[in-house]
Design a protein around this ligand. Structure first.
Ligand code: GDP
Ligand code: MG
Length: 178
């Protein structure tokens, strides 16, 4: 009996976590999700709007709402009155474009999202094969320091062709939802 109890104590409760993913057009959002889901790079098409992806890892299901293109985040929050338990920001580490758009999306996220806890923020500095910017430049571009009392963030350089950084990034997320 004792042994059985010890065995079951290793089985962690299955958890569903809702996350929001943002990032400029062509930064690699769809490619990252395809790598996490299918372990491969698939040809992607530019897409606009809101998608939902489900990523399973260990005992967790990450339900990721992907917010593409140049839409205003306000429209998302008025349509999906969800509380997101974390934020994923995809950056093209070879091209820091549309800074104002990204920063205004962050502002809306932190104003409207109703999470009560410190929010894990995963920064995916993608296209590391073409990397031009260092981590401190990326952090400055995002402006995440402004929210330092509300977030716990971590940056991973990723490459959707080699898979570099992608498992480490998922593992980081996993460890942030004990
Ligand atoms: N060099 C390079 N290209 C990438 C990488 N990840 C994605 N891409 C390419 O970037 C383009 C846009 O990717 P996509 O996933 O559609 O971006 P999204 O608009 O953010 O969803 C595609 O041509 C991808 O093949 C990467 O790590 N390195
Ligand atoms: Mg896409």
């Amino acid at each position: 009996m004792g042994q059985l109890l010890t065995y079951f104590s290793f089985i962690k409760e299955y958890k569903k976590i809702k996350l929001l993913m943002i990032g400029a057009q062509s930064s690699g959002k769809t490619s990252i999700l395809n790598q996490w889901k299918y372990n491969t790079i698939l040809q992607t098409l530019p897409n606009n709007g809101i998608d939902i992806a489900q990523i399973n890892y260990e005992n967790m299901e990450f339900q990721i709402t992907v917010f593409s293109g140049k839409l205003n985040l306000n429209s998302l929050f008025s349509h999906c009155m969800e509380t997101y338990e974390g934020l994923l920001i995809v950056i093209d580490s070879s091209n820091l474009q549309e800074k104002e758009l990204l920063q205004s999306q962050l502002k809306t996220f932190f104003n409207k999202n109703e999470i009560q806890k410190i929010c894990p923020v995963l920064i995916l500095a993608n296209k590391s094969d073409k990397k031009k910017y260092q981590e401190d430049e990326i952090i400055k571009y995002i402006g995440i320091e402004k929210y330092r009392n509300k977030v716990h963030y971590q940056t991973f350089y990723t490459n959707c062709f080699s898979g570099e950084g992608l498992t480490d990034a998922l593992q980081w997320l996993y460890e942030n939802y004990p």
